[in-house]
Design a binder for this molecule. Structure first.
Ligand code: 3EB
Length: 323
């Protein structure tokens, strides 16, 4: 994967998928010339960038219901858009049902999902927060996905967008079996109490994709991580404190995964990270804070979007090399 200001410079058949973090969403998903999803996360053109997933093999791309996808026999990239609406639950359930059908039909297993929901903290037509409405539909689909569905939940992010409805994109693997992890400092999101909505968020804190040669060369996909301890938001209204708690959560998660896999991984092993920042004025502080946290070997992108809980100011996710 690379972050680039430019569109892919490789032949179209080498592109698994492209996520365009852009100013407007004219055509949110497209299969031509390569699978792409456009998310309205940039407030101005200088904030726009491409997230490019390429392959060394030949990619087959196509459409299935409202999904577009590309896969090379090893990895599948898939994306869907749900137009803005007064309620999301049914369309989200249908989209995730279709996703499960596609992924399983092609012989893959989901390991990483990104969800962007415009006006994520606003209420829908029934007075239910749009994020909670989304969580209902997602849970209703995923609870039928596999027999051991909770153990199979992928890493995920659930954040805002500056316009549109819902844009979802994800990765799945055919040749590797993902291993999912929780963070001992946090209650599993799928066990969050009812106060956070009628259906809990359904994701794991991280998913490991081992390599041919074993865990050591694998990649750890770290979910959106925020200032949540147990199930509660901590440091409400305190940006510095939320950054500190987020770093502590990431550190704790990596230590836990390291223990479970007999590897030693730390914050400097993040190869990629995205920082989601609710208030534009907080961007310089957060960017500097996490540049210091990760060091110079991490490709960083900052997105000025809302976070799924209205009291969260920052959320951080990324990819860690296990080697
Ligand atoms: C949290 O810890 C913060 O709904 O997919 C983080 C990552 C969060 C993913 C999701 C939500 C999601 O609960 C919120």
């Amino acid at each position: 994967m690379t972050y680039s200001p430019h569109a892919p410079a490789v032949p179209p058949e080498r592109v698994l998928g492209v996520v365009r973090h852009a100013v407007v969403t004219e055509e949110p998903v497209s299969a031509d010339p390569w699978p792409s999803a456009t998310v309205h996360t940039a407030a101005s053109p200088d904030q726009a960038f491409h997230e490019i997933w390429t392959s060394t093999r030949t990619v087959n791309s196509g459409r299935y219901r409202n999904l577009i996808y590309g896969h090379d026999g090893e990895t599948l990239f898939c994306a869907a858009e749900i137009p803005d609406a007064e309620r999301f639950r049914d369309a989200v359930r249908q989209t995730y049902d279709a996703l499960v059908e596609l992924v399983q039909g092609l012989g893959y297993r989901l390991f990483r999902v990104w969800n962007h929901i415009a006006n994520i903290n606003a209420d829908n037509a029934d007075g239910l927060e749009r994020y909670r409405d989304f969580c209902k539909g997602r849970a209703e689909a995923l609870e039928h996905a596999t027999r051991d569905w909770i153990a199979d939940l992928p890493a995920a992010s659930g954040v805002g967008a500056l316009g549109g409805g819902v844009v979802m994109y994800c990765l799945a693997s055919r040749t590797r079996t993902p291993v999912h992890f929780e963070n001992p400092r946090q209650i599993p999101a799928y066990h969050y109490p009812r106060q956070y909505g009628p259906r809990s968020p359904t994701f794991a804190r991280a998913s490991l994709l081992p390599c041919d040669t074993g865990t050591a060369d694998g990649l750890l996909y770290v979910s959106g991580t925020a200032s949540v301890v147990g199930h509660e938001t901590v440091c409400v209204g305190d940006l510095k404190g939320q950054c500190r708690t987020t770093v502590e959560n990431l550190d704790h998660l990596l230590k836990h995964v390291g223990e479970q896999t007999n590897t030693s991984i730390g914050l400097a092993d993040f190869r990629f990270a995205k920082l989601y920042v609710r208030h534009a004025a907080d961007v310089p502080f957060v960017a500097e804070e996490f540049r210091r946290t990760f060091g110079s070997d991490t490709a960083l992108q900052v997105l000025g979007v809302d976070i799924c809980r209205s009291d969260l100011l920052v959320e951080v996710e990324g990819v860690v090399t296990m080697a």
